[in-house]
Write a protein that binds this ligand. Structure first.
Ligand code: ZN
Length: 551
């Protein structure tokens, strides 16, 4: 048994020794396993004992089986590999859950099939009500162009139709949706947004980006009940647990989302832990209620305050220092101006909140770092763990500044594998500076695993393959200088994620005293060819000592 972990466990338990619920007897022992602990003091083990939702002991079969007395259940894992539960440090589970519950999944391979799916939903929808789609991706359709308002008028002229892009920063609407939102050819582009127009005639194409999306959001009545929200969270939680995720950061939560997570938990339907960022418009009400980062417990906890600086990588609107390849006048979109970001971030920083700002392009990252540096000069805080949500495109200078601040990047983990067809618009030179895990790890920066789901798939095994091979699903290599090893990718997906939410003493590795979150894998990723990591089956997922998924 690892003595340091044991000591830590004993001292942890000591603090609660008088509580009647504490159990020091093992309830469950998993043995005959290949445990990759992510604990540098004891990287490998054969067995773990679990009690009260935490690891009681981690070590050799001989040591740990000694604890399997009385009623302890024993599970022989037959030599299978066990890793800590994976942590997705940036995704949108509540929102995605609601979408899976209520909208048309448009992850389809042609515009014709998308139209067909929307048409069949329209047939069941009263005229005048909205038909909504999500997970549409222009680069995954045979036509290889954006949806137009004509495409969507062909779905229905009696229903307003809106289809969101998988990236989450553009939408595609039909003529009735434009009318319902009060948008016509004379409507100017809002600051930080764009209504796309046909260059020859100036006619609206039906595509809208960034802040221009807001008018549609206001026009769509929310049809979600409190019970719908709980059900959405249950649905996405089950989808994520079966891939080996035991913790997730909701990178854009609202008070309603926070409630939905709590409702799901109370109903026994939350299989993973949630660190819930709160969007900036809700900051004042949170401050008034005396809530800040860290409030909650190990299942549902308030995360950082979330703001957005620039556009998206998958929709090619990220704000770049140099133009996109083939579009000399396009450097992407700056969504929130620096003074507005600074004012809100200062207020949150001063009140003890962690800050998490979406910044993809190199120009956006520079801007956000400038604000973080200024805040630490004006209001220095010890260990603020500033987050750079995505932090996609770096330079050596940006990496040095991230390291100096102790900031945390959450780069997209599955984009190289999944979104390969978009990479040419950034060009080979920039790809070697994107999703830059090699650069971050070499500089000693604790970057995380992050899907941003729906924009990127959340399967941790796909993240491993994408990060290790830098190869897309068709075999094209993008940015090979940023390859990392499987061992490194496992740490990025576990203990680094725990650090990003100030929970590295609670989870992220398999150590006595930590939360009993683990995954049983069908094959050992350290022995698997890098090109087939994505195919490693997830056999079981445990969160808090309970099996939350069993294949
Ligand atoms: Zn996001």
């Amino acid at each position: 048994m690892h003595s340091q972990g044991r000591r830590e466990f004993l001292s942890t338990m000591g603090a609660f020794a008088l509580l009647p619920t504490v159990r020091t007897e093992a309830e469950l022992v998993l043995h005959n396993a290949n445990v990759l602990t992510m604990d540098p003091a004891q990287p490998r083990a054969q067995a773990v004992a679990v009690s009260g939702g935490r690891f009681l002991a981690v070590g050799s079969d001989a040591d740990v089986l000694n604890l399997a007395t009385g009623r302890a259940a024993r599970v022989d894992l037959g030599g299978k590999t066990v890793v800590p539960g994976f942590i997705d440090a940036h995704s949108h589970p509540a929102e995605a859950g609601y979408q899976h519950l209520k909208q048309v999944d448009c992850a389809l391979d042609s515009i014709a099939r998308i139209q067909e799916a929307l048409r069949s939903r329209a047939a069941k929808t009263p005229p005048g009500d909205w038909v909504l789609g999500f997970k549409y991706d222009d680069t995954k359709t045979a036509e290889g162009r954006f949806l137009t308002r004509e495409d969507l008028d062909a779905v229905s002229t009696a229903h307003p139709v809106l289809v969101g892009h998988r990236g989450g920063h553009t939408v595609y609407v039909n003529s009735l949706a434009l009318q319902k939102a009060g948008v016509d050819e004379k409507t100017p582009d809002p600051a930080g947004g764009r209504f796309y127009r046909d260059p020859a005639r100036g006619r609206l194409t039906g595509r809208a980006a960034e802040t221009a999306i807001d008018v549609f959001g206001k026009a769509i009545p929310s049809a979600l009940s409190r019970d719908d929200r709980r059900e959405g969270v249950r649905l996405i939680g089950a989808m994520m647990a079966r891939t080996g995720l035991t913790s997730v950061t909701d990178a854009g939560g609202s008070p309603e989302d926070l409630l939905a997570y709590q409702d799901a938990r109370e109903a026994g339907q939350l299989p993973l832990r949630v660190y819930c960022h709160i969007r900036a418009p809700y900051l004042d009400s949170m401050l008034k209620a005396g809530v800040r980062t860290g409030f909650g417990d190990e299942w549902v906890r308030v995360g950082a305050v979330k703001m957005v600086c620039d556009g998206s990588i998958s929709e090619r609107t990220a704000r770049l220092a140099q133009p996109y390849v083939g579009r000399p006048d396009d450097r992407g979109i700056l969504v929130t101006p620096e003074p507005a970001l600074y004012a809100t971030l200062r207020k949150a920083h001063e009140a003890g909140w962690q800050l998490g700002v979406h910044a993809n392009g190199d120009e956006a990252i520079d801007l956000v770092l400038r604000i973080y540096e200024r805040l630490q000069r004006e209001l220095p805080r010890r260990d603020p763990r500033f987050r750079l949500e995505h932090c996609t495109m770096i330079t050596d200078d940006l990496v040095a500044r991230i390291k100096a601040l102790g900031a945390i990047p959450t780069p997209f983990s599955t984009y190289v594998y999944w979104h390969g067809e978009k990479m040419k618009e950034y060009g080979a030179e920039r790809l070697d500076r994107m999703f830059a895990l090699r650069s971050f790890l070499d500089a000693g920066i604790r970057a995380t695993q992050a899907s941003d789901y729906p924009p990127g798939p959340f399967e941790p095994m796909m993240a491993l393959q994408s990060e290790v091979t830098r190869t897309d699903s068709r075999g094209n290599v993008w940015g090979p200088r940023q390859k990392i090893t499987v061992e490194e990718a496992l740490r990025v997906g576990t203990i680094h994620g725990a650090y990003a939410s100030f929970e590295e003493r609670l989870k992220g590795s398999i150590e006595a005293g930590k939360l009993a979150d683990l995954v049983v894998l069908g094959r050992d990723p350290l022995r698997e060819p890098a090109s087939s990591l994505v195919g490693i089956p997830i056999e079981r997922t445990m969160a808090g000592g309970r099996w939350v998924f069993e294949a």
